[in-house]
Ligand binder design. Structure first.
Ligand SMILES: [Zn+2]
Length: 268
């Protein structure tokens, strides 16, 4: 009888370990777990409604799951609603995007009547949200896979977010251009630079703007010939944008190769 009980408990142990593994596996299929915290105000609630309607986080998660192998058993958490951020917390392996941050973007686009550019308010806000998620995912990938970073990590995060959008997302260039426009709008806040603007871990917003549009131009100079004109890039600078985008693409592909599910092919 005792032997039977032991056998039974071993069996139960095997079943429970197996079910725990199954749970972990099913979770590991998700590259990102998206959580929406309870909104604390009417405005936050409106942002949550927009996020639920547009489902951009889920779209980004789906595309990233198609691109990347999940090496770490624990999926990356993307938490909306926390007060600090947008940020990636390496201890908690989590990305935090506050509703307030999205609200501020929305307000900024409303203030400058951005929808006159032909992009609806909602689309513009969600474009920036997508770029923000991918920027934070870049920090997460650098942290989780100990990717080497030469230069500013913030620049690297911008570079990867832009490259992923351009290469893997439908109308990714347009998403990137909206995010660049936000950098441009933010740069207008600065009437006079302070010392801290120069020692900040981020490049200046105006630099982030030009670098981002430079990549988009470089990714398809024929299609985005207007960028060269609008940004007033010299011929030499415009040519460098083509080289820089190519360099960014190949560098990231080399670094990310062990993490990618399938190579996209050397079509570049
Ligand atoms: Zn960052």
């Amino acid at each position: 009888m005792i032997i039977h009980i032991i056998k039974l408990s071993i069996l139960l142990l095997i079943i429970s370990v197996h079910s725990m593994m199954a749970l972990a596996d099913s979770k590991s299929n998700n590259f990102i777990n998206v959580t929406y915290e309870k909104p604390k105000s009417k405005k936050e609630k409106a942002i949550l409604t927009d996020l639920n309607k547009e489902k951009v986080s889920e779209l980004v998660a789906e595309v990233l799951e198609e691109i990347f192998k999940t090496i770490d058993k624990k999926p990356l958490a993307l938490v909306y609603g926390d007060e600090d951020g947008p940020s990636y917390d390496s201890r908690k392996k989590s990305i935090y995007i506050p509703y307030d941050f999205i609200q501020e973007i929305k307000q900024r686009f409303i203030d400058v009547k951005y929808s006159n550019s032909g992009i609806s308010l909602n689309d513009a806000v969600m474009d920036v949200v997508m770029h923000t998620i991918l920027h934070e995912v870049a920090h997460a990938l650098i942290d989780r896979y100990e990717l080497p970073v030469v230069g500013k990590e913030e620049d690297a995060a911008d570079s990867l977010a832009t490259m992923l959008l351009i290469e893997y997302f439908e109308d990714g260039q347009e998403v990137v251009l909206t995010a660049a426009d936000l950098f441009d709008l933010e740069s207008e806040d600065v009437k006079e630079f302070a010392e801290e603007d120069f020692w900040d871990e981020h490049s200046l917003d105006v630099q982030r703007y030009y670098r981002t549009v430079c990549y988009v131009y470089g990714s398809d100079p024929k299609k985005y010939a207007d960028i060269k004109k609008d940004a007033k890039f010299s011929d030499d600078r415009a040519d460098l944008c083509i080289d820089e985008y190519e360099q960014a693409y190949f560098s990231w592909m080399k670094l990310l190769k062990p993490l990618l599910k399938a190579q996209k092919g050397d079509n570049k």
